[in-house]
Write a protein that binds this ligand. Structure first.
Ligand code: SUD
Ligand code: ADP
Length: 376
């Protein structure tokens, strides 16, 4: 078994007491699967309309968040040497807020080159937020190792402060416990972002149903708004517009992921090379379906993702062959695959079998949860 020495050292340093007391919250960020994903033609702006039915899973990340008012966001030795004249624009990662999404009033101005370690980033409309992110890997098989400024959790703080016009100086410390693998199509980053929005709304005393949270979610990415509602929902637009919710399903699910990833942008680009139209009659049936119980499992992005990463077809065939597997589908743009199982025991057995193959795998269930504050 591979031992994650760096992770173990970080865990040993973690002081849970930091996240107790006033200004501290714990938030859960569930994963999702798309029961139905119909990607439309490429639009003039290069993006795609999407009709989808998303369903939350019990599988989730946990964020410990502490928010403190501070006198100064930066210590004197962290100030930029040139006072910020030499601005370096932060890169927008795949899956985080892309510049094309940002309404002009929220455009992120280039950041000066602060003398900061990678786990700290500065944001907010008046560069008034100091965000520190400590990522703890909880067995995802591929630890998320990105600087804080590329983490969508930081983007969520930055965008929410801009949308609210929040200019008070604040330090936001986040311990992000990742159980959801990234580049899996499970929406982990998007869910973390929704969870952080809720944590900040609580800390800044804004109601969790303030419409500006939804605006910030939509700015951050198409999947983020879903996690504010959770459960099971039909969405359209780019997948950010909630059409209606449906009662959650109660089945067991196994989710498996070979040690590969699919960048969402690459899956969409491959789709454009060989688009797979969805039958309009099927689309209408899904739009009219009273609940998700009889929803056909469809994902027209799957052939594109499988063309990019051949292991995905192998995972699909493997999952279908597992005892108790009813139906199998690629999660969003991949690289995870889920199977609806006949009971939790069958899901556990399939997960154990997948792990023996060296894949990440979890037995879980569909769930009615959403990104939500946990009791402290
Ligand atoms: C495929 C889905 C299905 O739920 O999720 P995941 O599988 O990634 O979780 C979503 O459509 C993921 O939407 P979202 O999370 O907003 O995608 P982003 O990371 O913003 O997009 C990355 C890139 O994919 C392409 N893209 C994305 C969404 C869309 N409706 N049309 C596109 O063409 C664009 O090239 C974009 O630059
Ligand atoms: N908090 C985060 N969790 C996971 N990925 C993140 C996060 N912040 C930024 N990212 C980046 O965003 C990308 C997409 O997020 P991810 O959770 O992998 O979505 P999905 O698997 O649904 O496509 C990741 O590959 C990673 O580079």
């Amino acid at each position: 078994m591979r031992v994650d020495m760096i992770g173990a050292a970080r865990d040993a340093q973690w002081n849970a007491l930091t996240f107790l007391g006033p200004g501290s919250v714990r938030v859960m960020a569930p994963a999702k699967v798309n029961l139905f994903l119909a990607v439309g033609d490429r639009r003039a702006d290069g993006r795609h309309d999407v009709t989808t039915v998303m369903h939350a899973l019990a599988l989730h990340d946990v964020l410990h968040v502490q928010v403190r008012a501070v006198d100064e966001v930066l210590a004197p030795d962290e100030l930029p040497e040139d006072g910020g004249a030499q601005a370096a624009a932060p890169a927008a990662p795949d899956g985080a807020a892309g510049a094309n999404r940002l309404p002009t009033e929220h455009v992120i101005v280039p950041e000066p080159a602060y003398r900061l370690p990678a786990h700290i980033a500065i944001g907010g409309p008046a560069r008034n937020l100091r965000v520190s992110i400590d990522v703890a890997d909880k067995g995802t098989g591929d630890a998320l190792s990105i600087p804080a400024r590329d983490n969508i959790v930081f983007k969520a703080a930055d965008v929410l402060a801009r949308v609210l016009g929040f200019e008070e100086r604040c330090a936001i410390d986040v311990r992000l416990e990742k159980s959801i693998p990234h580049q899996a199509g499970l929406g982990g980053g998007s869910s973390d972002a929704a969870a952080l929005l809720l944590a900040l709304a609580k800390a800044w005393s804004w109601p969790a149903d303030d419409p500006r949270l939804e605006i910030a979610a939509t700015v951050l990415g198409a999947d983020v708004a879903f996690f504010l509602h959770g459960g099971c929902a039909l969405l359209d637009g780019e997948g950010e517009h909630l059409v209606r919710t449906m009662p959650p399903l109660h089945q067991s699910v196994v989710v498996v992921k070979p040690p590969v990833g699919v960048p969402t942008g690459a899956a969409y680009a491959a789709f454009d090379e060989a688009p797979v139209p969805v039958d309009p009659a099927l689309l209408r049936a899904v739009e009219d379906a009273p609940d998700a119980a009889a929803m056909p499992l469809v994902n027209n992005l799957a052939p594109a993702a499988e063309a990019l990463v051949p292991e995905l077809a192998e995972a699909r065939a493997w999952a279908l062959a597992q005892p108790g597997a009813r139906d199998v589908l690629l999660c969003g743009s991949g690289a995870a695959t889920f199977a609806v199982m006949d009971g939790f025991d069958a899901a556990v057995r399939a997960a154990a079998e997948a792990q023996r193959r060296g894949w990440w795998a979890r037995a879980t269930t569909f769930s009615g949860v959403r990104a939500a504050l946990l009791p402290s």
